[in-house]
Ligand binder design. Structure first.
Ligand SMILES: Nc1ncnc2c1ncn2[C@@H]1O[C@H](COP(=O)(O)OP(=O)(O)OP(=O)(O)O)[C@@H](O)[C@H]1O
Ligand SMILES: [Mg+2]
Length: 523
């Protein structure tokens, strides 16, 4: 009985080997995927594999959740399975260890198991039986950039080497350079896959070098959710959806760098720097919004305080409802003098609450401020906010500072706050800071204060105090649908009744727009 089974299995194996020999899977990756990989790849994924077959260097510039990592893993499996044993090697990297292990190699492992591919795979390595059947050899490795050494690539002697850079927009230049030493071999291939959420660096350079790199662009518009390309449900379920793309247009704005990279798969472009947290254009428009706060007894009266230590500027910003009203700044060497001045302004402005950035000297000042206000019977509450601490939406923002800046961005985009009392310097402080995406999950991080200081020529204390005054700790302001009436309206096209400010009154909005002086922004 056992004998018969063994014989049957041997015949099937021999038959499989025979048929496999006849099919040149190395020349037909799509067929490999269907027959050996037992998977369905969609059209752009097929394009990627065929490009790796045909070109020494392939760079894929793709939107979020378009199957980038999946196709990178599939390409690795195809490469090793379709070349003669012992002649192929795959080396993969990504910016972080989880991106190497938990994304790329987990998928490689899954495909390896599901398709019953030869050899054995662990978290970051693939071993295959040697050609003589006497042992095993290493044929694939995943390494994070810090594990890279100058010699790492030189040790690979296989004829067919494939280097995969996943999330390659975040892979250090040194590693890109090192892959060049491999790509010089005729049979070697480099596959760099990424989301274009950067504006400079080797990934961007590759996208702009058509003679060296074959570029494949995958935007939402190319994906099955948009084109209607037929894919099995389980494939469609993992990929970017119409709803997600539409929601992002509302949440981020179609002109945001985030939308351009994550939804369109486009390198952020435009006349303005798309990485400004608050665009100059949006802030400029908010300078023409003048909330009639004097008429509103219900309006909140909150102060934002950025304390400067050692003679640096201390700033207090007065917020009334949705408007910035007054801004005061002063410099004192003695923190107690600073407290005295703040108490005076808090009482004069009749603030019900102040938020103090408690990093550094702010800690002591806020504590003393609380004591003094209490002693004087003031109802004003002192709330300490640590910009460096965890955001209330930790998956979206790297810290509270990012959340507070993003709140300012939303208020600006929605024209939901008045910046009419800000001067040019204050507007510059608000609009110079840039953001970046901390990792592939899209977590938002604001440029370091030192870098801002370098470009701005001073510390953005007013911006910080102002954003504190508007940071209610409940996450960023609700994004409004930009397609709604007036959201994208040009000021000179708005018609309607005129208010006491002499500007047009927009129905439904509680503010008027003062007529621009000489029709120009007074900046
Ligand atoms: N051809 C396919 N067959 C089956 N599942 C797929 C296929 N392509 C992608 N997927 C699945 O869809 C999901 C998204 O794919 P993947 O993670 O590769 O996208 P990505 O573009 O790398 O995403 P991110 O932008 O998060 O890096 C994953 O769960 C993946 O396993
Ligand atoms: Mg990915």
């Amino acid at each position: 009985m056992d004998m018969n089974l063994d014989l049957g299995a041997a015949i099937t194996d021999a038959f499989d080997d025979l048929t496999r020999e006849k099919v040149d899977y190395a020349a037909d990756p799509a067929r490999w995927a269907a027959e050996r990989g037992k998977m369905h790849i969609w059209s752009k994924q097929r394009d990627v594999m065929e490009s790796v077959r045909d070109n020494r260097r392939t760079v894929v510039r793709a939107c979020h959740s378009s199957g980038k990592s999946y196709i990178a893993a599939t390409t690795a499996c195809w490469w090793l399975d379709s070349h003669p044993p012992g002649e192929a090697f795959v080396l993969s990297t990504a910016p972080t260890a989880p991106q190497v292990r938990a994304i790329l190699w987990r998928t490689i492992g899954r495909i390896h198991r599901a398709a019953g591919l030869p050899g054995r795979c662990n978290q970051t390595e693939w071993h295959m039986p040697t050609a003589d059947g006497q042992g095993e050899e290493l044929v694939g490795i995943g390494r994070k950039p810090s594990e890279h050494s100058e010699g790492a690539f030189q040790g690979i002697h296989a004829r067919y080497v494939l280097v995969i850079l996943d999330e390659s927009q975040g892979v250090p230049k040194a590693l890109w350079d090192a892959t060049e030493s491999i790509a010089s071999n005729t049979h070697a291939r480099v596959l760099a896959i990424g989301n274009p959420d950067v504006t400079t660096g080797p990934f961007v350079d590759a996208c702009h070098s058509p003679t060296l790199w074959n570029e494949i662009h995958i935007g939402f518009k190319h994906t099955p959710a948009s084109t209607g390309e037929e894919v099995p449900e389980e494939v469609a379920d993992g990929l970017i959806s119409q709803t997600w793309a539409e929601d992002r247009a509302i949440a981020w704005g179609e002109d945001s760098a985030l939308y351009q990279s994550k939804v369109l798969g486009e390198l952020p472009t435009g006349d303005v720097d798309p990485w400004r947290v608050i665009s100059e254009e949006d802030a400029a428009k908010c300078r023409y919004i003048d909330l009639a706060y004097e008429d509103d007894p219900e309006a909140v009266r909150i102060g934002g305080i950025d304390v400067g230590g050692g003679g640096d500027r201390t700033v207090i910003v007065e917020r009334v409802g949705s408007a910035v009203k007054r801004i005061e700044s002063f410099s004192d060497r003695d923190p107690m003098t600073t407290v005295g001045k703040l108490v005076h302004l808090i009482e004069e402005w009749n603030l019900e609450k102040v938020r103090v950035d408690v990093i550094g000297v702010g800690w002591g000042v806020s504590g003393r401020l609380r004591e003094v206000l209490k002693e004087r019977g003031s109802k004003c509450k002192v709330q300490g906010v640590n910009f460096a601490s965890r955001s209330t939406q930790p998956k979206r923002f790297a810290n509270i500072r990012a959340e507070a800046y993003w709140n300012g961005r939303e208020l600006s985009r929605n024209k939901a706050w008045s910046l009419a009392s800000l001067d040019n310097d204050a507007i510059a402080e608000l609009t110079v800071p840039r953001y970046k995406i901390a990792d592939s999950s899209g977590k938002i991080l604001i440029e370091a204060k030192d870098d801002i200081r370098e470009r701005l020529g001073r510390s953005p204390d007013i911006a910080d105090a102002l954003l504190l005054a508007f940071y209610d700790g409940t996450g960023s302001a609700e994004a409004h649908d930009p397609r709604q009436a007036y959201a994208g309206a040009r000021l000179d096209q708005i018609s309607g009744t005129y208010s006491h400010f002499g500007g047009p009154q927009i129905p439904g909005l509680p503010f008027s727009i003062p007529t621009p002086i000489d029709g120009r922004l007074t900046r």
